[in-house]
Design a protein around this ligand. Structure first.
Ligand code: PMP
Length: 366
């Protein structure tokens, strides 16, 4: 049977071991006689799942004690509204600074405009979102409420490989980072951020769970309009149980966290992710048949968009890839071309199979 490799941008591939464990535990979790889906979120069984998931995530990312981990719903796009609703009570008249690096930060800007005065401090629109604007060019506000970054642009394939220092220029504004598509793929210094958020459906688990990691002093500043279920302080005070959390998604995320620990943690994943991404980018740079348009120092290790120079071959490329078990390589409709998403659960063998296929396809179509 052909080995299947799934390059979807999200919902995305999950570790096979995790799916096997979930299947084995589907009808009867640890002798409880219940599926996790059937458990009360306030019962001892689910509480133990929740506590373990939070503890393991805290270990994996070395999240300091003065940060809360919140398990919410609403997705990355929901957070685009939930973030300003939670932070704008702190400095109601201050502008929010955004760095526009692609589709997802663009959506965040539009949403924030409903709740705050937005200052686009830098934009990569002029280079077609192929590079992060140089830090020196950012026109930050001296009294910004916060600075919003999308640290991995899933569609454009642009990733921050640095943490910008914004505190001095902004009067100490916290950085809010949308890490939906690269959280847990690399070691991060959580203390450099005020808020980190992300939808789970790439590197964490199934869709339906949204992760927020927030510094404690940023809690308690919600605008009156903020729904209670999305008020981070209320959610934190209730251990993410103010309303029913997405229990099954949290359970799978917990299994993914355990799997990550067994792989050696985030540093080990990062080394593997560098190896995977280098293999693919090195091949792309070595051929005229395909191209990746992102500046080398900003290339995403998670999402690799690429184009066939002869776009008339796109449909054939996708069909042949699929026939070889290489799935969901079609690029996002807004940019076209192809995109290989190579999250933590994508093994090196998957990228090797992709590069092998691309090489063969190029040689038979040149
Ligand atoms: N931000 C980023 C970086 C994303 O990749 C996505 C989803 N692809 C979103 C936000 C939106 O997330 P959701 O669909 O969970 O609302």
């Amino acid at each position: 049977m052909t080995t299947i490799y799934n390059f979807s941008a999200g919902p995305a591939v999950l570790p096979k071991e995790v799916l096997q464990q979930a299947a084995a535990e589907m009808l009867d979790w640890h002798g409880s006689g219940m599926s996790v889906m059937e458990m009360s979120h306030r019962g001892a069984e689910f509480m133990s799942i929740m506590d373990a998931a939070q503890r393991d995530l805290r270990d994996l990312l070395a999240i300091p004690e003065n940060y809360k981990i919140l398990f919410l719903q609403g997705g990355g796009l929901g957070e685009n509204a939930i973030v300003p609703m939670n932070l704008m009570g702190r400095r109601p008249d201050a502008p929010v600074d955004f760095i526009h690096t692609g589709s997802w930060s663009g959506k965040s800007i539009k949403e924030a405009q409903k709740y705050a005065t937005v200052n686009v401090a830098a934009s990569a629109a002029s280079n077609g979102f192929t590079a992060i604007p140089a830090r020196e060019s950012w026109q930050l506000s001296k009294d910004a409420a916060y600075v919003h970054l999308c640290t991995n642009e899933t569609i454009d394939g642009v990733e921050y490989h640095f943490v910008p220092d914004v505190a001095e220029q902004t009067g100490g504004a916290p950085i809010v980072a949308d890490m939906s598509s690269h959280i847990l793929s690399r070691v991060i210094d959580v203390s450099a951020y005020g808020v980190i958020f992300g939808g789970a459906q790439k590197n964490i688990g199934p869709a339906g769970l949204t992760l927020v990691i927030v510094r404690e002093d940023l809690l308690g500043h919600a605008l009156p309009v903020c729904p209670s279920a999305f008020d981070w302080k209320i959610v934190a005070d209730n251990g993410s149980m103010y309303n029913t959390p997405p229990t099954y998604a949290i359970y799978i995320a917990g299994l993914v966290f355990q799997w990550l620990k067994r792989q050696g943690g985030v540093a080990a994943m990062e080394a593997q992710n560098i190896a995977k991404a280098s293999l693919l980018y090195d091949y792309l740079d070595s051929t005229d048949f395909y191209e990746n348009r992102v500046a080398k120092e900003c290339r995403s290790r998670m999402n690799v968009p690429f184009f066939l120079k002869d776009e008339s071959l796109n449909a054939e490329f996708l069909a042949s890839a699929k026939a070889q078990g290489l799935l969901q390589l079609k690029g996002h409709k807004s940019v076209g071309g192809m995109r290989a998403s190579i999250y933590n659960a994508m093994p090196l063998a998957g990228v090797q199979a992709l590069v092998h296929f691309m090489r063969e396809f190029a040689s038979t179509h040149s």
